[in-house]
Design a protein around this ligand. Structure first.
Ligand code: MLT
Length: 266
């Protein structure tokens, strides 16, 4: 497997691995593209994995302003640079918000959607207040405090009990991110529009995935998204929490690979 990382001007740092149908893998908050390593390893023989660090994360530019629309524009600029017309947009949690923004603003570039451990609804007033609290924590205490506050919600109970080394790896990624990127992403998530009504307009093949133990975006919400998106599939990953792709990669990859394979014949 050859992974290339390219950083050009204001463009997103990214990996571009494999050949064939392009699949863009969009990471969660507050992580970076390295969270998709188990999927790249499983999929690079079947499709072309384009894996960016979203603005503010990993090796990508940190300059604002931040919004879901800008994240979507960044992804399209990357696809333009790679001369890719259409791609499967696969996002987990915050990455799912970006995938929905791609459908809203760049419909023609979306071949299919994967919405993993994410939601269509905008932030409630209470959720917005929590974003503001986290912005204060990031600014006053730094990224280690953000990791401490977020880690239990991000990882399912079974993984916390059985895979402590994975928990520490995820904590390390979070701690290594920048305060600027974290504050920018919290602001963008707080201000994102509600996509619930748009679900009925989604007319591309869609896979909804959720960890059985996800408490941030619970199964109930994914089931509702699946019911609202005509013809969509729903995969529930047993024994996984919010970061279902990292917690149970084999089960996650099986669903993703089957879905990507189905696109090749349609
Ligand atoms: C994520 O995993 O990206 C976040 O939990 C999303 C959010 O806070 O809304």
């Amino acid at each position: 497997m050859n992974e290339t990382i390219e950083i050009v001007d204001n463009a997103l740092a990214h990996a571009d691995v494999g050949r064939g149908l392009p699949v863009v893998l969009l990471h969660a908050f507050p992580l970076n593209r390295t969270m998709w390593e188990p999927q790249i390893a499983a999929l690079f023989g079947e499709c072309r994995c384009i894996v960016p660090d979203l603005r503010g994360f990993g090796h990508s530019p940190k300059s604002g302003p931040y919004s879901m629309e800008r994240h979507a524009d960044d992804v399209v600029a990357l696809l333009d640079a790679l001369q890719i017309e259409q791609a499967v947009m696969a996002g987990l949690s915050m990455g799912g918000y970006v995938a929905l923004a791609l459908f809203r603003h760049h419909r023609k570039r979306v071949r299919a959607l994967v919405l993993a451990d994410t939601r269509a609804a905008a932030d409630s007033a209470e959720a917005k207040q929590k974003r503001n609290d986290l912005i204060a924590v990031a600014t006053n205490e730094g990224t280690a405090s953000i990791a401490d506050k977020q880690i239990t919600g991000l990882i399912g109970k079974s993984t916390r009990e059985k895979q402590p080394e994975l928990v520490e790896r995820i904590r390390g990624i979070m701690t290594g991110e920048s305060v600027e990127g974290i504050v920018g992403a919290l602001t963008a998530m707080r201000e994102r529009p509600d996509s619930t009504a748009m679900l009925a307009e989604i007319d591309v093949p869609t896979l909804v995935v959720v960890g059985e133990e996800d408490t941030i975006t619970p199964v109930k919400e994914s089931r509702a998204m699946h019911e609202a998106i005509r013809g969509s599939r729903l995969e529930i990953v047993p024994g996984a929490g919010h970061l279902s792709n990292l917690e149970r990669p084999a089960a996650f990859n099986a669903g993703l690979s089957d879905f990507v394979g189905s696109l090749l014949y349609n």
